[in-house]
Design a binder for this molecule. Structure first.
Ligand SMILES: [Zn+2]
Length: 395
């Protein structure tokens, strides 16, 4: 292990990351409080805070309450929310969402656009570039105030190479997306897989804020998964959707049969619905239409959700039995159906999970809806270009 514990530069980077993390969590704090909470010397705190002020990342707000009667009132500090910004981009097959956030992570501007029909790499890169320019123009922020951009993309992503190695949704292979977009936009860029980005979105904005161990399931057209382990996003692949769950002769997009994705995803719900629902319409029935029919009382539509939820709940109970996370969040397009999918999941979860685990693993539907990806992309950019949580072993 190449640990440079005595390296002063590394120690300063660690302390800077700790101070920024603290500022993000408490919002307003004095230098003395930082020193006390992080157990750091006053000179160290003062030097780093002065650097952060010089870099326009932190501002002094004025005098706060004195800690003791007659004592000097400390100057309060906060992250600078009006000078530097990041952009998050969620590249999906149906829509591309672009948002600007300040360094507190507050979303200031957001736009959702249908994805262009021609899904070649060049076309999508051109569309994303155009939308980024548009967002900067419309928000009237100066381009040089944008410090970086985070991308949430479907498929297998090698984050450190900026590479989408395989994207079944777009039919792409080996796309160096960060390099291409950096050349087009002139901005520094980071990318991650959409489900890991959504999980980060949950940690920053959603139900995973204070959760140490999380299992996140993204039930969209496919089924993706990601984990937070001891407060940190787990960066290895997590292919929950391709766990074998049934001997039914159902083939999956991965080429195997009996996968969870083949029986519980949005695609599976649509396929089953189009084979079995008695509709007068000749057109394709979407998963959203199946959900609407189920809510109106259509028993076949309800049964389709029940069956998808049954498989999902059985698979989730296996994860709970193995991993005992603090929470399991179900997100993605199918999760918009809320109780329709959650109720059958909970029945199976209740039936198949050990009591000792059931007691402390909560299951929830995501509260972020379809914004989880773009929020995660903003958090990705903030982590990469400002907070650098990897230094302090956090996310
Ligand atoms: Zn599969």
């Amino acid at each position: 292990m190449n640990q440079k514990t005595g390296d002063p530069e590394m120690a300063r980077d660690v302390n800077k990351a700790l101070i920024l993390k603290l500022l993000r969590s408490v919002n307003i704090i004095s230098r003395a409080e930082i020193s006390r909470k992080l157990n750091l010397g006053k000179v160290t705190v003062s030097t780093i805070v002065n650097e952060l002020i010089k870099d326009n990342l932190v501002v002094e707000l004025g005098k706060g309450e004195s800690l003791k009667v007659g004592g000097r009132k400390p100057v309060l500090l906060s992250l600078n929310n009006s000078d530097k910004f990041v952009i998050g981009v969620d590249i999906g097959t149906t829509s591309i969402v672009v948002a600007i956030g300040n360094i507190k992570g507050e979303v200031l501007y957001k736009t959702r656009n249908p994805t262009t029909r021609n899904r070649s790499v060049e076309n999508i890169v051109d569309q994303v570039t155009y939308l980024i320019d548009e967002v900067i123009k419309k928000s009237s922020f100066k381009k040089d105030s944008i410090i970086g951009l985070g991308i949430s993309a479907a498929g297998t992503v090698e984050k450190h190479k900026g590479l989408i190695s395989v994207s079944p949704d777009f039919n792409w292979r080996n796309v160096y997306i960060t390099k291409m977009l950096e050349e087009k936009t002139g901005l520094p860029i980071t990318v991650d897989n959409c489900t890991r980005a959504m999980t980060l979105g949950e940690k920053w904005y959603g139900g995973a804020k204070d959760v140490r161990n999380l299992f996140y399931v993204n039930v969209g057209y496919g089924i993706g998964s990601a984990m937070i382990i001891e407060g940190k996003i787990y960066n290895n692949h997590s292919e929950f959707g391709h766990c074998f769950v049934t001997d039914e002769n159902v083939w999956c997009s991965c080429g195997k049969y009996g996968c969870l994705e083949a029986v519980a995803s949005g695609n599976a719900i649509e396929n089953i619905a189009n084979e079995s629902l008695d509709t007068k319409s000749e057109s394709w029935i979407s998963a959203k239409m199946v959900a609407d029919l189920a809510i109106k009382g259509d028993t076949t539509a309800k049964e389709i959700f029940n069956k998808a939820g049954k498989y999902l709940g059985q698979a989730i109970s296996m994860v709970a039995n193995l991993f005992n996370p603090d929470k399991i969040i179900i997100g993605g397009g199918v999760a918009l159906a809320k109780d329709l999918i959650l109720e059958p999941v909970l029945v199976e979860y209740e039936r198949n999970t050990m009591d000792v685990i059931k007691d402390d693993t909560k299951i929830e539907i995501s509260t972020l809806g379809m914004d989880a990806g773009v929020l995660g992309a903003i958090a990705l950019a903030l982590n990469k270009f400002i907070f650098k949580p990897g230094i302090i072993n956090s996310s």
